[in-house]
Design a binder for this molecule. Structure first.
Ligand SMILES: [Zn+2]
Ligand SMILES: [Zn+2]
Length: 274
């Protein structure tokens, strides 16, 4: 009978995405994508199944250390995220091979590489800043809270922790302005046009349509950002950073426009006929 997994004595070189954090004074690695049962781990680690008493990984379970064979798979997972590091790992022990990568019982981290851009302002990262819940993220000296230098982080973790140097520079002020303004333009235009049409026609129907259009815009705008960034020459980590930084503001403006329309509809309910 064939077994669903193989035991490898020779380690398999693989890559994965992860986060860096401090827990109880120790530098640890954390899963890139928050899973309810995802635990932090050190440089040399053996997987434990959080659900069942079996050895990890098990074919029918989701436990074990995940990694992919090469960088092309990493891009699929979101390697442009400026808070995530790329880990070079060696997998050994019990390894299950999947379509896009592996699940393994034993993992040895060889190096940790972060994008070299401050997650807040996009300037060159020089240190790690501490976030809530002990998360460590690349930062410039100006933005970093409770800064830790990469050398001491490397020493604490026990493997090289580096920033890459080939990241895009922060977009110019005018480009950033365009990027944000382009997203806000639609809700503001919808507000003005529906108000004008409603006033001219004396009907409340355009107002209701306007409200709906703003909600639709709010839902579709994230999927348009890639193309908008491309058009303005904003790529990779810089595009993701701008999105994180400004999408709450864009959403607030759109919701604000929607509230204005709602108030107008309520105020005019007795005046205009639907
Ligand atoms: Zn399991
Ligand atoms: Zn900064």
């Amino acid at each position: 009978m064939g077994l669903p997994w193989d035991v490898y004595a020779t380690p398999i070189a693989a890559r994965k995405l992860a986060r860096l954090g401090i827990e109880h004074g120790e530098v640890v690695l954390r899963p890139a994508f928050y899973r309810q049962l995802g635990a932090s781990y050190g440089v040399v680690a053996r997987a434990v199944c959080p659900l069942e008493g079996h050895d990890a990984p098990e074919a029918d379970c989701s436990c074990g250390f995940y990694a992919v064979a090469d960088d092309t798979q990493l891009w699929r997972l979101g390697a442009d995220e400026p808070e995530l590091a790329v880990l070079d790992v060696e997998l050994a022990g019990r390894v299950i091979e999947h379509d896009h990568g592996y699940r393994a019982s034993d993992q040895h981290v060889r190096s940790v590489r972060f994008h070299g851009a401050c997650v807040r302002c996009g300037r060159r990262a020089e240190v790690f800043g501490q976030r809530h819940f002990g998360g460590l993220v690349p930062a410039c000296r100006k933005c970093a809270r409770r800064a830790l230098d990469p050398v001491s982080v490397s020493e604490a973790l026990g493997v090289p922790v580096e920033f890459t140097s080939d990241d895009p520079a922060p977009a110019s002020l005018s480009t950033r302005f365009e990027f944000v303004l382009a997203q806000m333009l639609a809700p503001v235009l919808i507000l003005l046009v529906t108000a004008a049409v409603a006033l001219a026609s004396g009907s409340g129907v355009p107002l209701a349509c306007g409200q709906l259009a703003i909600v639709v815009w709010l839902v579709t705008v994230p999927s348009l950002l890639g193309r908008l960034g491309e058009r303005l020459g904003i790529a990779g980590t810089e595009a993701v950073r701008l999105q994180h930084r400004w999408s709450p503001v864009v959403a607030a403006v759109a919701i604000g426009c929607d509230i204005v329309l709602t108030v107008v509809v309520i105020a005019l309910r007795d005046v205009i006929a639907y």
